[in-house]
Design a protein around this ligand. Sequence first.
Ligand code: SF4
Length: 223
Amino acid sequence: MRWTQRAIRKLVERLEAEYGRDDVREHLDPLGELISCILSQNTTDATSFPTYFALRKKYKTWDAIARLPEDALADEIRAAGLANQKAKAILAALAAVRARFGRYTLEPLRKMSQEDAREWLESLPGVGPKTAAIVLCFGLGFPAIPVDTHVFRVSWRLGLIEKKVGPARAHRVLEAIVPQDLAYRFHVALIKHGRRTCTARKPKCVACVVRDRCRWYHEEGLQ
Ligand code: SF4
């Protein structure tokens, strides 16, 4: 089964008919997105978001955060886990932003191509393909596709990508085949499907609304 852009559009629509459509992005400013994303690594949003908002409430400007000694920042973000590592990455990211743009903002990335902006974000310490894609998509409105564990698993099971591509390269592979206007909806629909039906262990294939298009389902002879 070939995944044309039309077929991917249909896939998203079918998943949205099942789980609801989500066009609205509640996002932070791009730099806030980057810092909250670093904070969220290896933990849940439920843990990292309160830490992020408490930090922003206490220190009103990025400059105030950037001036904190590393151990003081680590104390402020302790609840998000890996505090020393994340404090180091946050201070390094803020320093790199200031060095590049002269102030604490990522707004100039909007004028770059998606690939140039991605390359620069990924050059920051502590920023990998997933964090960069989240900042590009949620913070800057580029048609990037963040690939988390659900998006990756559902994508390879459906046959949209090969599993051996790996999560890091999956961002670019998916962005090349998913219609640009669908990037955000695709990301959200696959996460919902991965959480509720196409779970890591024992996917609920019998109840799956897209099983007729699923390579894994057919190859495993589950039909
Ligand atoms: S048929 Fe099963 S493996 Fe395929 S997408 Fe649906 S739940 Fe996932």
